[in-house]
Design a protein around this ligand. Sequence first.
Ligand SMILES: Cc1ncc(COP(=O)(O)O)c(C=O)c1O
Length: 403
Amino acid sequence: MNIERLFSKRTKTMRPSEIRELLKLTQNPDIISFAGGLPNPNSFPVAELQDICRIVLQKHGKLALQYGPTEGIRALRTSLANRANKEGIYATSENVLITSGSQQGLDVIGRVFLDPGDTIIVGLPTYLGAINAFRAYEINFEGVPLDKDGMQTDIVEEKVKSLLKKGVTPKFIYTVPTFQNPAGVVMPESRRKKLIEIANEYDLLIVEDDPYGKLRYEGDHIKPIKAFDDEGRVIYLSTFSKILAPGFRLAWIIASDELIRKLSVGKQALDLCTNTFSQFVANEFIESGYLDLHILRIIEMYKPKRDIMIEAIKKYFPPDTVCHKPKGGMFAWATIPGNIDTEEMFLDAIKEKVAYIHGKAFYVDGGGSNSMRLNFSYSSNSIIEEGIQRLGKVIERKLKEAS
Ligand SMILES: Cc1ncc(COP(=O)(O)O)c(C=O)c1O
């Protein structure tokens, strides 16, 4: 049977994620993997969750095992709205949509807003999962370079103006303003406000993706862009994946009532409802006061990992490597000197039993070839230095070969 003939046009343009293929190579337990964006499994609060699961089944068993509303269970939506209020975001439970991971949230946003041929603005670099989610809607990406303060908003404005001149109105700006994946940078408040001004002036939406904001190891908390949004233009996403457990597949969107209603319709066909049991468990975890304590524990666990990795990069990578110490999140982003293509270097690294994600994967314009993303949350402290040392050797060899 020629099955190809039956695939939709959209499916024909879909490509398997190269990164997922590369990640398969990192499954070998001998490989020190800085590749995946995985939380450390030792951070999972297994004992607390055992108790909470029992309580949820006792208190809410019949509801927790049943289908629930597409928008999510009211109690969790209310808890998340209350937490958002503390961050300066105006929200009631009606402004919250629970999703099956932020990844689903991104896809739902794509479904609701994007037609083939539409244009959106993203950072250079940007989160690969967002690129893949939006690409499936057959759209065009316009990239805006990041600097040490995240997306450069003056360039965003120039870009919007030049697109408008060509008759193209971008639908939205997608950004991860806090501890960006992959670059680790944070957008200061002035740029957050500027982005809102741009959205208001040129009638655009902002998609603010914030999985890492709570994982801050130093410096002061900065309010989300959504906190400066008076016109309902920001669609804010966050997730339990990095502050509780990704296995829950539980995340949330905060947006205006009108947008939440539309997004909820967009989500209905995908899953009817997000896992009800994990919603009850997560809500109990919040209400019993565990979540905030747990976040502190994660910070305590990840901060030394970051420090070990950054120190090791200084020690083992070539001296003119650029790698800023991230103030939070889960990633270091290193740009190495010379004309080394980190994608080509990947197999050499695997031979040395160490893995990373090459920079190009995060660029919609083909850039980033001499950068790499290094995750520090997953590996144990004792092997981070060893992994970076191995990588340093691979880079040194490549540099010698190139000279
Ligand atoms: C920026 C960003 N957005 C979204 C996601 C997806 O998160 P979730 O596990 O909630 O689907 C990730 C996961 O790494 C991420 O880094």
